[in-house]
Ligand binder design. Structure first.
Ligand code: ZN
Length: 187
């Protein structure tokens, strides 16, 4: 996604060498089919889950992403991490409902489908209920870019890729040059 929306992350990524090798790639990586599965509820938020959250955060930041869902690293669990510019967030067993609005920008990309971009309609405001990394219930409203990221990642938990939601005529591959310079936020 466009870095001009994310000054904090662009600054952060300056010093992190790009590496997306630990993200499952659609139709390429061994075991990629997990991307199309409905992920299972997390039964217990224990030390294993907290370790997975930290590992996912590490993978997301290395891939210069703004969000990552557990299926993208081979775990079919309802768990996601994201950073919309205000720091790392983890959501476990998230439930999302639309509150209002429609947004079409910025174009979406996905760490599991490198180089592809497209326009996806998302709500401008959602209501989120989930557990946090300590297993405590959280409820909050998310807006704009944060809402877009959460919707994209929750789709992953349901086996849905952004290509299914995108306006087909807007889907396009970045050129190799654009990809090189776009080592920047994607989901
Ligand atoms: Zn994605």
């Amino acid at each position: 996604m466009a870095s001009d929306k994310l000054p904090d992350l662009a600054e952060k990524y300056k010093d992190i060498p790009f590496d997306d090798s630990r993200v499952l790639k659609y139709k390429e990586s061994a075991g990629w089919e997990v991307l199309l599965k409905t992920a299972a509820e997390v039964k217990l938020v224990d030390s294993e889950i907290r370790a997975l959250i930290l590992e996912m955060a590490d993978i997301m930041y290395a891939a210069h992403g703004v969000g990552l869902a557990a299926p993208q690293v081979g775990h079919s669990l309802r768990l996601l991490v994201y950073d919309a510019g205000a720091g790392l967030q983890a959501l476990i067993n998230p439930h999302v409902s639309k509150e209002k609005g429609e947004q079409y920008e910025p174009e979406e990309g996905c760490l599991s489908i490198p180089g592809l971009r497209g326009v996806v309609r998302r709500p401008t405001q959602i209501y989120v209920q989930a557990l946090n990394a300590n297993g405590h219930p959280v409820r909050f409203k998310a807006r704009d870019f944060e809402a877009r990221i959460i919707c994209h990642e929750v789709d992953h938990l349901n086996g849905i890729l952004f290509t299914e939601r995108a306006d087909p005529k807007t889907l396009h591959m970045l050129t190799p040059e654009e990809q090189a310079s776009e080592r920047e936020p994607a989901e």
